[in-house]
Design a protein around this ligand. Structure first.
Ligand code: AMP
Length: 294
């Protein structure tokens, strides 16, 4: 595995690989890698000749007062974790090269970026789509892999790839969870012991919603209220949002129908840590458990 820091070097590698007819699979991350990221890498491995993983904590997707400064960074540890996982290139560009002083170009997917997480994190998705577009231009992958864990992000990037005719195929991989249901996230390390156990409330709320949906409840408002109740019963939790939305448009769904998929999405503060999770109602469970748990 080669660690690549410079953008021109990564571009030269990609150019050569494409010329040789190799299929490039790309997994963009912010590092602090866990089994969720590794599941994307495994999937990339099965579909591509060469796997590129990027690690870049993207400053422009963090708002004022968010956790950019304390976000976990340990490139050596990440490199060790992906060794023997079939990663060929670990691309870790530096901030000044990604965003030179006079940087002035941004990518915004309108409307979708203002909903759900966009409401409490203005500018977040503009930062995400800008960096992902840049990374796709640098790596030029045949396939790129994202997690359903960040459900809204996946929808927005899918739309960006379509709208801007980006020559790549996007693959969305299932959510990897701990044995108690908590979705793996780099931010889980911020949780102390009590918070870690309270954090299962996101999964419990989603399951409550799913149960009502499967029992035939069609009123979204009732399902949302029941999910909110589960979260409100947890003293360390504070709701940012609980929503039932269309999985493509992210528009609110008011009445659930049998043949229509719905994405239940939640964002909850556990202490000062904001966690997100989601579940698609109307399809088989879209999560897997971490290999460590099995
Ligand atoms: P991040 O490093 O948090 O930006 O995540 C990088 C990629 O890994 C994104 O596409 C995430 O959706 C995905 N990811 C993060 N956590 C999980 C998880 N628990 N299961 C599946 N994919 C995940």
């Amino acid at each position: 595995m080669e660690i690549v820091n410079r953008i021109p070097r990564m571009q030269a590698i990609s150019r050569r690989l494409r010329k040789e007819g190799k299929k490039i699979g790309f997994v963009p991350t912010m590092g602090a890698l866990h089994e969720g990221h590794l599941s994307l890498i495994s999937r990339a491995r099965t579909m591509s000749d060469v796997v590129v993983v990027s690690i870049f904590v993207n400053p422009i997707q963090f708002g004022k007062g968010e956790d950019f400064d304390k976000y976990p960074r340990d490139l050596a540890k990440d490199a060790e974790l992906v060794t023997d996982r079939g990663v060929d290139y670990l691309f870790a560009p530096n901030r000044d090269e990604v965003y030179p002083k006079d940087y002035s170009t941004y990518v915004l997917v309108e409307d979708l970026s203002d909903k759900l997480c966009g409401l409490s994190r203005p500018g977040h998705f503009r930062g995400v789509t800008t960096v992902v577009m840049k990374l796709l231009n640098i790596v030029r992958p045949n396939f790129c892999f994202f997690g359903q864990k960040d459900g809204q992000q996946a929808v927005i990037i899918k739309r960006m790839i379509r709208d801007l005719c980006v020559d790549t195929e996007m693959v969305v991989c299932p959510i990897v969870r701990d044995s108690d249901g908590l979705a793996l996230s780099s931010r889980n390390i911020y949780l102390n012991k009590e918070e870690r156990s309270a954090a299962t409330v996101l999964f419990r709320a989603l399951n409550k919603g799913k149960q009502l949906f499967e029992e035939g409840e069609t009123e979204a408002a009732r399902i949302i209220a029941a999910m909110q109740q589960v979260i409100e019963a947890e003293p360390l939790a504070r709701i940012d949002y609980v929503a039932l939305v269309d999985p493509e448009t992210l528009e609110d769904v008011y009445v659930l129908e049998e043949d229509r998929k719905v994405m239940a999405a939640v964002a909850v503060y556990i202490g000062s840590t904001r966690l997100i999770d989601n579940m698609i109602f109307g399809e088989k469970p879209t999560f897997t458990y971490s290999e460590e748990d099995l």
